[in-house]
Design a protein around this ligand. Structure first.
Ligand SMILES: Cc1cc2nc3c(=O)[nH]c(=O)nc-3n(C[C@H](O)[C@H](O)[C@H](O)COP(=O)(O)OP(=O)(O)OC[C@H]3O[C@@H](n4cnc5c(N)ncnc54)[C@H](O)[C@@H]3O)c2cc1C
Length: 405
């Protein structure tokens, strides 16, 4: 009998297992995959807040040791002007974002969990959730080519990604959901080093680029939902044409470099689910998945792992009733993430900014501090509601008038 079974051992599952094991709980961490392995459709930008969490867990040095270069600046080209700057740092002054290949990041997380004392079973596929009346009591599954195994725990945690079997089995209610709003495809290039996180934001499309491990750069293009079928029909052609037209300086540099991978990507739906019930909890994409346009799923998975581990410890240790602690987990996740989720959903339409937003963006050119706070919104170091408050918007617009008059 385990205290916790965690199904899925990547960005959400491995940190949840690590944090629970460090608190002394007996944790079984399961994944049908093996490590190291890549996540073929996911980009992998980790915001400053994610780096700060890795630092707090003692894993940031291990990530840096994978030779993943830090990303310190944002360069967002809106066509008529470019906003350049760095986000407000995260806690402990952490200024660096990273974009590690999942091939490199996920093993750091999994090894951290194992070192903390979690029992890892790779190549183990969970087939079924076990019930005692209306209470989840464990899982049934099997190792690749192995016989069926039953394992029991006080809590079974679905960290099994966007198509979570655990979420389906418990019928976790979704209180927000929707179809894909955009899709993106990317490839890795050598010989095209970037300085920072580059976006070329154009109506119905965004070009994005940043450095990752092994002296490679990730360069991709996102297309609005209405253009997905057209883009999907010939990704290479549409990538090339889009970059050539909207980011000619990047296109020119790409002619000196080399594409080192095939194009990968896709379009994903989004949801926010109730993340707990009797004997079960959800963490990461299993509970909360938004459009990837704000590149935040990994950073958010880290956050929800911390809040969930804290809640389970509060409940198991008797500091407060488990159900109450898990309700707080849901509340904290929603209070922190839902404004970001709404912002992401708006941005994912890839529509031209409405006039008042265009004015705000224009005004940000004149204030280093507010630009840094704007980038901080995306990095989760400045709350969405604080930055877009009437008071702050008036401050930004007033400052612009003072600067240009
Ligand atoms: C196109 C695209 C671009 C993205 N770009 C970014 C980005 O730049 N930055 C960012 O932060 N996020 C990005 N994301 C989102 C990010 O990939 C996810 O938010 C993140 O992977 C969520 O982590 P997770 O641990 O919840 O789930 P996952 O990483 O999906 O891990 C789930 C694990 O569960 C295992 N599993 C599933 N079912 C079972 C089962 N039945 N039995 C055993 N194991 C099981 C799987 O093998 C897998 O290892 C992007 C996503 C997409 C699709």
């Amino acid at each position: 009998m385990y205290d916790a079974i965690v199904v899925g051992a990547r960005c959400a599952g491995a940190p949840t297992a690590l944090l629970l094991a460090r608190k002394g709980y007996k944790v079984l961490l399961l994944d049908r995959g093996t490590f190291p392995s890549d996540m073929p459709f996911s980009n992998h930008y980790v915001h400053q807040t994610g780096s700060a969490r890795l630092k707090r867990w003692g894993l940031l040095d291990a990530l840096k040791a994978t030779n993943c270069p830090p990303i310190l600046t944002n360069h967002w080209d809106y066509g008529v002007f470019t906003l350049t700057g760095s986000p407000v740092p995260a806690e402990n002054g952490v200024k660096e974002a990273f974009a590690p290949r999942r091939l490199k990041l996920d093993p750091v997380l999994v090894e951290g969990a194992v070192k903390a004392g979690a029992e890892l079973r790779e190549g183990f596929s969970v087939q079924e959730i076990l019930w005692d009346k209306d209470h989840v009591v464990g899982i049934r599954g099997h190792q690749k080519n192995g016989g069926t195994v039953t394992e029991r725990a006080r809590i079974t945690i679905g960290a099994d990604g966007m198509f979570s079997k655990v979420a389906q089995a418990v019928n976790a209610p979704a209180y927000k959901s929707g179809p894909a709003l955009e899709g993106s495809w990317y490839a890795y290039y050598s010989g095209v080093p970037m300085i920072g996180w580059h976006l070329w934001l154009r109506p119905d499309r965004v070009i994005f680029a940043y450095n990752t491990n092994d002296n490679l750069s990730l360069i991709g293009v996102a297309f609005a939902a209405k253009d997905l079928a057209m883009a999907r029909s010939n990704i290479e052609k549409h990538h090339s044409a889009t970059i050539q037209e909207h980011a000619p300086e990047l296109w020119e540099r790409m002619q000196q470099g080399k594409r080192e991978s095939r194009y990968v990507g896709g379009a994903i739906p989004y949801h926010v689910r109730k993340p707990y019930g009797p004997g079960w909890a959800l963490v990461g994409d299993a509970g909360y998945q938004k459009d990837p346009c704000t590149a935040s799923g990994i950073t958010d998975a880290f956050g929800s792992a911390e809040w969930l581990a804290e809640a389970i410890d509060a409940g198991f240790s008797g500091r407060e009733p488990l159900e109450q602690a898990l309700a707080k987990y849901e509340q904290t996740r929603n209070d922190t993430e839902l404004p970001y989720y709404e912002l992401t959903t708006q941005l994912a339409a890839l529509a031209p900014p409405p006039p008042e937003v265009a004015q705000l963006l224009e005004a940000l050119r004149y204030s280093d501090e507010q630009r840094s706070r704007f980038f901080g919104v995306l990095a989760h170091t400045v709350p969405v509601t604080e930055f877009f408050s009437l008071e702050n918007i008036q401050k930004i617009m007033g400052k612009q008038q003072a600067t240009v008059s």
